[in-house]
Structure formats: C-alpha cells, structure tokens
Design a protein around this ligand. Structure first.
Ligand code: AFP
Length: 325
C-alpha cells in the first residue's frame, strides 16, 4: 500500500489550514536544501564562506544558502509573523503580530562542519504562536511549542515531526518530491547501552558527567553491569534520529570551557525542538538539573547544556547531578 503523504497526514490530524501551509512551506524548504546539500561539491559550495554568524562561527556557503531558502520559501506563509534563525542575529518580523500568528525558529543547516566529509546534516525547526495581538515576545519556554521537527539529509532525506500526536517520520520520494509517512509512531527503545558525547572534552566535564560516563565505560564489570557502545557524529540531527530509532542518550553537558557561554547548543532552535520530539517519543530532555522544556530563554541565541534520549538514562544523569551540590 502506498504510504500517505505529509499533506494527507496533517489534514487527517485536523491541523489548522494555515499551519498546514506553513509546514508544507517548511517541507519545500527542506526539499530544496536537500538538493543544494547533495549538489554542494558540484556547485563549489563546500569549504567556508569567509563570513561568521552571530555565534562568531565560520559560516559555510550551504549555511547561508539554506538560510536564504528558508527566508524565501517561508516568509510569505499566511499568519507567519516572525522568524528566528541561527544565521540571523535579530528577530525577523514579517508582519504586525496578531494572536494565533506563527513564530518559526530554525537552524537551517545543523552539523554543517560535516559537509566537507559528506556526513549527514540536518535542519531543526520549531513553531510557536503569538500569545496576544501585538505581543513581540519570542523568548518562550519549549513547552509553548506547537510543532517541533527536523529534516535529516542522510542516505534518505527524512522529515520528523512532533505536532501534537506522537512523532512521525516522512521520507522524501526522490522521483516525485513528495514526503511520505514511513514511521507512524516513533518511540525511543528503552535499555539501549549506547551513549553519545564528544569524549575529547572529558577533562573539562563536571564531576557528575564524568561519573555517569565512567559508569558506562566500566562496562559489564562496573555498576551498570553491561558493556556500552559510544557514538559521536557531531551532527545533532543524526544523533537524535539514531536515538529515536534504537535508543540511547545524547550528552552535550556544561563544561569548564563552555560554561561562560551557557553550553554549546542553542536553546530556541536546537535543544528545545529536539526536547519536544524526544519527550513526545517517550524520552526525557534535561540540562542535568532542569527539564529543557521548562527553560525560559533570556535571549534568542541562548546556549544550554543538553542531556536527551531514553528516560532511564537521562534520569541517571540527573541523579548524578543531584548527588553533587
Ligand atoms: P555545526 O553546525 O557547527 O557543525 O555544529 C553542530 C552542533 O551544533 C551539533 O549538531 C553537534 O552535536 C555539535 O554542534 C557538535 O559539537 P562539537 O563540534 O563540539 O563536537
């Protein structure tokens, strides 16, 4: 049987037509971004662009291309009031905000340091609604998200959505350009002995994180009683997708080197959307001490620590933090 399309799924779920328009615009932007990523080497779009983003990081040509695609594709979406992009310092207001209008937060190309090595990269996005006419506050907790999602540009191009009823994954059919439902209700498998962390930063970790990882590394002769595997792709979208498919936990903790910045990953358009997706799939998302979805941002590009994945693993990390004042 042919799997249903993204549009059919969103219509059947009873979403507002303007939200469906916006999600289809996002899907179009992801489709166009996938094309540019796939043809990057042929179009001379690898390497660095010679500019830096608001984070002071070297921009890749495809970071800029993906951001431009999202601006061009989504900016005319009905009832879209503002855009917050990793690649743009200020909030982009498109219209006078009215109650119920949409706010779109996105990282147009996450993991772009992997482009030259042809590894999977992705787009992360989040949609909230304007609370009252004229309200220009975009610093809202993750629990206010209406929809969270990502596109993964891997062997297959996939779009994963948490839009109120669980988590669904749609795979792009290359011939027709249509996203079709391939995973109807994603749930994180429990009990997977696999963790994901940039182990080169071990000497900077706080004691609770060091203690949690040491227990994993001790294997079956240690307190966990099982041998663990480790993965680090340096592309959060790829790590989260692996966790949705086979379990485990992703860890980008606060450490001595990133503490002054608040962490490595950005709250509004990386960690909060992933937290909504992970929780909707039965997992948990924490800073190690607080639930990610409860955090109220202080500025659009705020960074936070991110511990997310299978609930039992996240709770173990939180217990280590609770035991250390
Ligand atoms: P880039 O978009 O600059 O490649 O960063 C990717 C990322 O934001 C996230 O996707 C990875 O999990 C994390 O940073 C990788 O961080 P390290 O470079 O410290 O491993």
């Amino acid at each position: 049987m042919t799997s249903i399309t993204l549009r059919r799924h969103l219509t059947d779920a009873g979403h507002d037509s303007d939200l469906i328009f916006l999600l289809e615009d996002i899907a179009s932007a992801c489709r166009a971004t996938a094309y540019e990523v796939r043809n990057g080497p042929l179009k001379g779009n690898l390497g660095v662009a010679g500019s830096t983003n608001v984070q002071g990081e070297d921009q890749k040509p495809l970071d800029i291309i993906a951001n431009d695609i999202f601006l061009a594709t989504c900016a005319n979406s009905p009832r879209l009031a503002a855009l917050v992009s990793e690649e743009i310092e200020e909030v982009v207001w498109l219209k006078e905000p009215k109650k119920g209008d949409y706010l779109l937060f996105f990282d147009p190309l996450d993991g772009s340091s992997n482009l030259d090595t042809n590894l999977s990269v992705g787009t992360i996005f989040s949609i909230m609604q304007v609370a009252e006419d004229g309200d220009r506050n975009v610093l809202r907790p993750g629990s206010d998200q209406l929809v969270a999602g990502y596109a993964l540009y891997g062997p297959a191009t996939m779009m994963v959505l948490a839009a109120g009823k669980g988590v669904q994954s749609f795979t792009l059919h290359q011939g027709s350009g249509i996203f079709r439902l391939t995973h109807a209700d994603m749930k994180i498998p429990e009990g997977t002995a696999e963790f994901s962390i940039n182990a080169s930063r071990q000497r900077f970790w706080e004691p609770p994180m060091r203690a949690y990882v040491d227990d994993c590394l001790a294997g079956k002769d240690g307190p966990r009683g099982v041998d663990f595997n480790m993965r680090w792709v340096a592309s959060m979208v790829a790590e989260v997708h692996r966790i949705l498919m086979r379990g485990g936990v992703f860890l980008y903790p606060l450490d001595e080197k990133n503490r002054d910045m608040g962490g490595r990953l950005r709250l509004l358009y990386e960690v909060a959307p992933m937290a909504k997706i992970i929780e909707a799939a039965g997992g948990a998302a924490s800073t190690g001490r607080e639930r990610i979805m409860d955090l109220v941002p202080t500025e659009p590009h705020q960074r936070v620590p991110a511990i997310l994945g299978a609930s039992d693993e996240v709770w173990r990390v939180e217990a280590k933090h609770a035991a250390t004042p």
